[in-house]
Each structure stands twice: as C-alpha cells, then as structure tokens.
Design a protein around this ligand. Structure first.
Ligand code: AMP
Length: 392
C-alpha cells in the first residue's frame, strides 16, 4: 500500500504537488476546458486545510524547450479563480532557479504558488537527476496526483519521489483503488467489455485479463478479427490479418478455461463510415462490399444481459463508430448496461469520451482520467509514477 495524504501531518510543511494540469488552451491561450483543474483542487485544499503550504507543478502540451504559448500562467489564473484563492505564479524559463526557490521558501501556511511548465526543461522527460534535485528543493513532502502521467518516469513524478517523503494524492488514490478492487478480488461474475478499432493495441490487456474474467465481451472494430478467426466472412470491415491467429488462440484459451466469450451476432453495416444508408444483418451475412460499423439490436440485447448479470464490469473501447449518430446506439446501450453494474470501471480514453457523450459518467463507479495510464493498469503493469511513492 502506498502512502496517501492521510499518512502525513501537513501543518507548517511545504508540499510539492505534481498535478495533471495539461488542459486544452484556445488560440488566445485561455483555458478552454477546466475539468482537469477542477479535479485537482481537492488534493490542494486538503493540504491547505491542514495547515500546509503548496507548490504546484505540471506539464502542459509537448514543448521541447521554453515556449511562451505553453506557459502555465493562464492555468494558474483559472485555478485561482476556481479556488477563490490567490495562486502566486512564479515564472522562470528554467522552471526552477534561485528566484523560484526563494519564492517557495517565503510561502506561509495556507499559501499556494505554481511554477512553470515542467516540460520547458528537456531533462523532465528523461528523468535527469539534476532537474529532480532542483524540483525537490521546492518542498519538504512530495505528492503525486497526476494519474495521466503515472505510466511515464519523469523528473517531476519519479525522480523527485526518490528525494522527498512522498504520497499519492486523492485522484491517484481513487484510480488505484477502483482498478485494484476490480482486478484483484472482483465480485463475480466479473465481465470485461473490449471494443475500439484494433486488436493490436489491446493484446496485452486481453492476455492479462483473460485468466481473471468470467466473461469477455468483444465489440467494435476488433470483433471482426475474432469473427474471421472463426471462419466468418467480414466484408470490408476492419480486419487485422496478422492478428487472426492471436484471436483464435484467445478463443481456444477461453474455451479451455470455461470463460464466456461473446462476439456480435448481428451488425449495423454500411458502404463506408460516412454513409447514413445503413442496414442490420446477421454476423454471417455481412455483404462483401459493406463494413460493420456498430453492433445490432440482437447483440445489444445479448451483451446487455451478460453485463446486467455481472457484479464487476470493466469497459474499455466503444462498440461501434459512436462518434456518428447512425453507429452510436450499440455503445450507448452497452454503456447504459455497464452503468447499472454494482461496480463499473471505465478505462481508456475513447470509452471515457463515450460515457461522457451519453451522459453516463456520473452513473459509473469510476471513469478513469488517464488514457495511457489506465490501459497500462489493465495490462497488469506497475506504473512508475506510483511505484516510486513510499510504501506505508
Ligand atoms: P481505440 O482507440 O482502438 O479504442 O478505438 C476507438 C475508435 O474505434 C473509435 O474512434 C471508434 O470510432 C472506432 N470504432 C469502433 N468500432 C468500429 C468499427 N466497427 N469500425 C471502425 N472503427 C470502429
């Protein structure tokens, strides 16, 4: 178990907090969506309310060196507005210099400052110790609450954690708790729903989860490689020829382990992704010149029954091209069934976007905020940003 905020007395301590403030900016360099800032506030307030002071850091975008357009200044202003509290922004092209360190030392209990975009230093992404040491001079305790970068070993999450007493913040704690709860000792039946475009990006997840689940539901573009491995003709649907053998071996293994594998039994097909001229056909009647772009009603019913009979559900990947209304129904209905499960965890960027699009976010137990990081948790990997934090 990693140390959390509850394991520290923050009174009169200066706390260096890594947040994920990588928000979209508009062309006037204003914050276009403050969701990540809002989500970060509870950890900051937790420390302030217990008598600590806070030095905030984050990356923003992908600069290779100083870039005025990717300054965190507008982010500090937005956060200040949302918290109704002064956040002192201390700019430096070098991110940390003597002025920044002095500003940190001058912080009093209850005060907050923010430093510049950590990626202005090229050492950041290489986890160079000199930069980690500079950062560590800004606090007495380090808190990592940036889940979205936990699968990367950078100076501002991994390097600095080895130099200070450390804890995970409230957001990271929540991510770890729900994934662990779902993956370690799930209430059964435990069902995983996989979708999205490709098998290739999800092989490690399938390999990790297959021995753990009771049911594996496969929809989206990746289902066609599985159907093809059973000898079904899939027309112009997405197909990864080089993954057919992998798909076949998964189906064989599932059989061996007694796992229920559910593939589409009917599909919404069209000439192309842009076509609105659609029809629904059985899985073994896909016309040679058409492609499957959503699951059909019979499949929705089948998948929903399996999901509604489950106690723990992990959902990763849409059931069809949900961005287009004519191919969105399968993802919406499956999402609704997932939302009814006692424990529902949504991992991966596209399923999170789908949950949001269909207004299901609030009904899920947990929607992960970190695309890449949540995929690596599902692959069973240790995330370096979490591993680096002290054990209890
Ligand atoms: P991924 O990044 O692999 O999770 O894939 C997500 C994307 O898969 C979404 O943008 C969907 O539009 C797309 N997708 C889902 N089902 C299909 C399908 N049957 N054919 C083509 N693309 C699909």
């Amino acid at each position: 178990m990693k140390k959390t905020l509850k394991d520290f007395d923050f009174k009169n301590r200066r706390v260096l907090v890594r947040l994920d403030l990588n928000v979209p900016l508009n062309d006037k360099c204003e914050v276009a969506d403050a969701t990540r800032i809002e989500a970060s506030i509870p950890t900051v307030e937790y420390i302030l309310n217990r008598g600590g002071s806070v030095v905030l850091m984050s990356h923003l975008g992908r600069p290779k060196a100083y870039d005025e357009k990717l300054s965190l200044k507008p982010v500090a202003e937005k956060m200040s507005e949302l918290m109704k509290k002064d956040i002192k922004f201390v700019p430096s092209k070098k991110v940390v210099d003597e002025e920044v360190i002095k500003a940190g030392e001058a912080l009093k209990a209850g005060e907050v400052m923010m430093i510049e975009n950590t990626r202005f230093r090229e050492e950041e992404e290489k986890n160079v110790p000199e930069f980690s040491k500079d950062l560590a001079r800004l606090g007495e305790i380090f808190v990592n609450d940036a889940f979205g970068t936990c699968h990367r070993a950078h100076s501002s999450n991994v390097g600095v954690a080895s130099l200070l007493p450390s804890a995970i913040g409230l957001l990271v704690e929540k991510e770890v708790k729900f994934f662990q709860e779902a993956l370690r000792e799930p209430d059964r039946p435990f069902t995983v729903i996989m979708g999205g475009s490709k098998v290739s990006g999800k092989i490690s997840i399938i390999e990790n989860l297959l021995p753990k689940v009771d049911n594996l539901v496969i929809g989206g573009g990746m289902a066609f490689t599985f159907l093809k491995s059973k000898g079904v003709e899939v027309g112009k649907s997405l197909l990864e020829e080089d993954k057919i053998d992998f798909a076949k071996s998964c189906l064989d293994k599932a059989d061996e382990l007694g796992i229920g594998i559910y593939l589409p039994i009917d599909l919404v097909v069209a000439d192309s992704i842009d076509s609105t001229d659609t029809k629904t056909v059985d899985y073994d009647e896909i016309p040679a010149n058409m492609m499957g772009l959503d699951i059909g009603n019979k499949t929705i019913e089948l998948f929903s029954d399996v999901i509604r009979g489950s106690k723990t559900v992990i959902w990763n990947g849409p059931m069809g091209v949900f961005e287009k209304d004519q191919f969105a129904e399968g993802t919406k209905k499956v999402g609704e069934a997932v939302a009814d499960a006692p424990l529902s965890v949504v991992g991966g960027g596209d399923s999170a976007a789908a949950a949001e699009k269909f207004g299901l976010e609030g009904r899920m137990t947990h929607v992960s905020t970190g695309g890449g990081a949540s995929l690596e948790l599902l692959e069973g990997k240790d995330l370096p940003g979490i591993k680096a934090i002290e054990e209890m």
